[in-house]
Design a protein around this ligand. Structure first.
Ligand SMILES: Cc1ncc(COP(=O)(O)O)c(C=O)c1O
Length: 373
């Protein structure tokens, strides 16, 4: 019987230890496994290849994302690198142009070092994508909602374009997680997570996950995962499972708070626009003047000015110098990541306290900017 997502999350890894009946999965630290005789294996030989704790997480995330196999990596970037290892010199990828700056940076390096070319398109417009497809194009790569401008992309529509052109569709699902969105259900072939974010959920583990659909693709990724070796440690695998058990509860609260904060910011005269897709816990907004950004961040008392997202604590990030700092300034400005833009990972504190913190900051800004004329 297929269980509801909430039940799958809570029960992930439970009662997996037949020998002791331990409710929680054990952390297997052993890197090596003994063989009884030549040709014998328990199925576990060496921990980079397979580890019993990591394996539970990998099976769990594959089920949650409706894929056939999961791969736990040492960071979200290691997960992206694992996926990029599918491509070779001369291949081309088309990416949504509003994407995490670290992905942009890595792809730039792949282009310079290995001749794997990436071009960028506006994925809200099919023509913009189709125009860039060449005989060398191998994959489409998106985040939805886009990062940091929060535009929702129709995954099913993009999957159709991928299908017609025999391309892989790769979706970085870090922002919405399988709780809100399962891209494989809409036709994606590969899902990536920076599990450092909502999946871990507590700003205390660096991790990445890849889920793929299709036996051939999973086999290649499995080989590369082992040969590259940027796998997640057993303890961190366990911590990520611990995070997953409360994902549904956290995501609901993140979303509830984000809705309240987006309403509050929409009424604030010093905010020119609020970018919230109506789903999840991430939103961005623009202040009236770029000079206000520094004092805004300095005056926050409860919300942290920090570079990450998806933890229980609220973070505000400044994309131009942080997450998107490696995109050349003209390019990032053309893409809409202007100097007035802030990105808010709304936490699960009481929304009233978060709004009070923002109110306090805006009062300071009004005082300062009115006094200075
Ligand atoms: C959407 C997205 N994908 C991937 C990454 C990379 O993940 P990590 O920092 O875990 O390497 C990040 C990191 O901020 C991200 O925001």
């Amino acid at each position: 019987m297929t269980k509801k997502l909430e039940t799958q999350l809570v029960q992930l890894g439970n009662k997996s230890d037949q020998k002791t009946g331990a409710v929680n999965p054990p952390i297997y630290l052993s890197t090596a496994y003994q063989h009884e005789h030549l040709g014998h294996s328990t199925g576990y030989d060496y921990t980079r290849t397979i580890n019993p704790t990591r394996e539970i997480l990998e099976k769990g995330i594959a089920d949650l994302e409706s894929g056939d196999a999961g791969f736990a990596c040492s960071s979200g970037m290691a997960a992206i690198q694992l996926v990029l290892s599918l491509f070779r010199s001369g291949d081309e990828l088309i990416l949504e142009e509003d994407i995490y700056g670290g992905t942009y940076r890595l792809l730039k390096q792949y282009e310079d070092d290995y001749g794997i070319l990436s071009t960028y398109a506006n994925f809200s417009n099919s023509e913009s994508i189709e125009k860039q497809i060449t005989s060398k194009t191998k994959a489409l790569f998106i985040e939805t909602p886009t990062n940091p401008l929060m535009v929702e992309i129709d995954i099913a529509k993009i999957a159709q374009i991928a299908k017609e052109n025999d391309l892989l569709l790769i979706v970085d699902n870090t922002f919405l997680t399988p709780y809100f969105q399962q891209p494989i259900e809409y036709g994606a072939h590969i899902v990536i997570h920076s599990a450092t974010k909502y999946i871990g959920g507590h700003n205390d583990v660096l991790a990445g996950l890849v889920v793929a659909k299709g036996e051939a693709l999973c086999d290649i990724l499995s080989t590369k995962h082992n040969s590259i070796g940027a796998v997640l440690s057993p303890t961190d695998s366990w911590l990520i499972m611990r995070g997953l058990k409360t994902l549904h509860l956290r995501m609901r609260e993140h979303q509830k708070n984000a809705m309240k904060i987006s309403e509050y910011l929409s009424d604030e005269p010093l905010v020119t626009d609020v970018l919230y897709p109506g789903k999840g816990g991430m939103l961005s907004f623009r202040l009236k003047e770029s000079d206000m950004v520094g004092p805004f961040l300095e005056n926050l008392q409860l919300i942290s000015f920090a570079e990450s997202l998806g933890g229980v604590e609220s973070f505000i990030t400044y994309p131009p110098t942080q997450t998107h700092g490696d995109i050349p300034v003209e390019e990032r400005t053309r893409r809409g990541v202007c100097d007035r833009l802030l990105r808010f990972s709304v936490g699960i504190e009481d929304a009233k306290d978060l709004i009070a913190d923002l109110q306090h900051v805006f009062t300071q800004l009004k005082r300062r900017f009115t006094q200075n004329g």
